[in-house]
Ligand binder design. Structure first.
Ligand code: HEM
Length: 230
């Protein structure tokens, strides 16, 4: 299935995805001290987050139910159809690794992780290219040279488009839209650089420290597709 850009449900999902990013603030004290979720202002934020999760979940469940009603294993048209085939195959093997709850959660993850990140990165791309017309012209020249105007790009073009690729990397480096990555929890205790990290510790990866490290990017504040990776 695919949404039109003007689809009302798609707009609701996008609005929620944007709000979830705000509410998921990884440095919020409520993310480290969960009991704070019972007190303002974190309570309201947490309740909105849960309500939005339910709304997305209900929408996804509705689509899964519709797919189930019309499911034809021989004619899988989209991800949900293919997954439903796997659920059946998994059941036939006596396993439940692929199941309907997982399906909802996987689509939730793909949509939640893939929509706001991509649209925000594209907005950064526009901003950087407007501010740096010299870069914009070089990228356009490379696109015209390698792909031309008569066809869509393909993965085999990538190796010939090093300037465009460096520009995309630079947009992602300076756009830095997930500065602390996504919180993880250690499944077991380990030692890193002399620090003992106990099991169950929440860890955040400081991506900003890497993206802005002058040891790797000599002038880290400057948008410079080639210089940054020279
Ligand atoms: C420019 C766009 C994107 C950015 C900046 C981005 C960034 C990230 C970051 C920083 C992580 C955490 C990695 C970690 O700490 O292990 C992550 C994980 C993830 N991303 Fe993206 N992402 C983008 C696009 C997408 C898209 C398009 C999808 C799917 C359609 C996606 C799906 C996921 C998933 C499923 C995870 C979790 C992986 C895991 O559990 O190990 N992301 N992403």
């Amino acid at each position: 299935m695919r949404y039109d850009y003007g689809d009302r449900e798609f707009q609701v999902l996008c609005d929620i995805a944007n709000q979830q990013v705000v509410d998921l603030d990884p440095v919020s004290p409520a993310n480290q001290l969960p009991f704070l979720r019972n007190f303002p202002p974190f309570k309201g934020q947490f309740e909105r987050f849960r309500k939005n999760n339910r709304t997305i979940s209900d929408i996804l469940q509705k689509h899964i139910d519709t797919h189930l009603e019309k499911h034809d294993p021989e004619n899988a048209n989209d991800y949900i159809d293919v997954y439903l085939n796997e659920v059946k195959a998994s059941e036939a093997r006596g396993e439940d690794y692929f199941n309907l709850d997982q399906l909802r959660i996987v689509i939730f993850s793909l949509f939640g992780a893939g929509s706001e990140t991509t649209s925000t990165t594209l907005r950064w791309a526009l901003l950087f290219l407007v501010k740096h017309p010299d870069v914009y012209k070089k990228v356009q020249a490379e696109i015209d040279d390698v792909i031309g105007r008569g066809r869509l790009p393909s993965m085999s073009d990538k190796a010939k488009m090093t300037y465009t690729e460096a520009t995309i990397f630079e947009i992602q480096r300076l756009g830095n839209i997930v500065p602390l990555s996504i919180p993880h929890v250690c499944t077991e205790a380990f030692e890193l650089n002399g620090y003992n990290i106990p099991a169950e510790t929440r860890v955040l990866g400081n991506l900003t420290a890497i993206m802005m490290d002058p040891a790797y990017f000599p002038d880290p504040e400057r948008f410079n597709p080639v210089g940054a990776y020279a």
